[in-house]
Design a protein around this ligand. Structure first.
Ligand code: 0X9
Ligand code: ZN
Ligand code: ZN
Length: 308
């Protein structure tokens, strides 16, 4: 029954929470159609009482199936292999592997290339909002569409989508602990950091974001020689307003905020074959190992000139 597919992810979340005493399932909220959005927190209790948190989310764009598969595989590796135990000692983790669940069901039952949410639009017969244009950061600005039938429709108002609204509450409630936010997308093999909503706004820790992403992309390359390009989102690909990572950085003050674009560079695109899940996971995990180390380094100050 392909229509049950999100249930496999729900089950996996339940199994992990059941099997590991230091892993806890939590509910972030619900989708437009009432499906629960769950996360897993990993807090192994080793080290300082109140650790900083690394937050990872996936599948805000439901056609980007590799994002859920890769992040789930990565967390399984982190939980089961002792070589990664220091990652759990150094940080607590929040992991939300499946955000746009309504849309995900639709990609199995109707339209494999659906991107948006499935909320009804009052003023149009078109359905859904781009969850990665709906955040309340330069909402409605460049690189977001006011037209409900467009792929990048920003929605009727900021955080109109329950998925985004509930995630925003969750992140705000935990903003003082979250040092790193990773929002995982596909495809194009990129590692992007703020800002995205214009070409002139630069993060206060731009040098840190640059240095970390350089090291992460080198580590990712070393695994299977896949090149990941890094940089500020607006100049590296295109200007986009209302995206998760800009909101996280500007509104929630989360210093290290990234969006990944996983494999590939267009050969299969969103239809990436399943035999690339593990190789992509191996890259992602190798990068994450380096990110965990780099994020604990003292912050370099200063700005690089805008390269755009
Ligand atoms: O356009 C998006 O939302 C992201 N790409 S995707 O193909 N997964 O839809 C990228 C957002 C990151 N930032 C910029 N576009 N600047
Ligand atoms: Zn995406
Ligand atoms: Zn491999």
């Amino acid at each position: 029954m392909t229509s049950c597919l999100p249930n496999f992810i729900y089950q996996w979340i339940d199994f992990v929470a059941r099997d590991y005493s230091f892993v806890t399932k939590f509910q972030v909220g619900v989708t437009s159609q009432g499906r629960p959005i769950y996360g897993l927190s990993i807090a192994n209790g080793v080290g300082t009482a109140q650790k900083k948190v690394i937050y990872v989310d996936a599948l805000i764009h439901c056609r980007e199936w590799i994002t859920t598969a890769t992040t789930i595989w990565t967390f399984k590796e982190m939980l089961t292999k002792s070589e990664y135990s220091s990652m759990l000692d150094d940080y607590d983790w929040y992991f939300i592997p499946m955000i746009n669940i309504d849309g995900y069901v639709h990609t199995w039952n109707g339209n494999r290339l659906w991107r948006k949410t499935l909320s009804a639009t009052a003023t149009s017969s078109c359905t859904g909002v781009d969850g990665n244009r709906n955040w309340d950061v330069n909402w409605g600005g460049d690189g977001a569409s006011p037209r409900p039938c467009d792929l990048t429709y920003h929605g009727p108002f900021p955080h109109s989508e329950p998925e985004v609204r509930h995630l925003s509450y969750f992140i705000m409630e935990n903003k003082d602990q979250i040092q790193v936010l990773l929002s995982v997308h596909s495809y194009s093999q990129l590692l992007l950091y703020p800002y995205n909503y214009d070409l002139i706004t630069i993060a206060d820790n731009d040098v840190q974001l640059h240095n970390i992403s350089k090291a992460v992309c080198e580590a990712m390359y070393a695994v299977h020689q896949k090149t990941y390009t890094y940089g500020r989102g607006a100049e590296t690909i295109y200007v986009a307003s209302g995206v998760t990572m800009d909101w996280a950085h500007e509104a929630a003050n989360i210093p290290i905020s990234y969006t990944y674009e996983l494999r590939d560079t267009g050969e299969y695109g969103f239809l990436l074959p399943a035999d690339q899940i593990i190789p992509n996971g191996e890259e992602f995990l190798a990068g994450l190992v380096v990110l965990v180390q780099e994020a604990q380094n003292p912050v370099a100050s200063g700005y690089r000139p805008n390269e755009a």
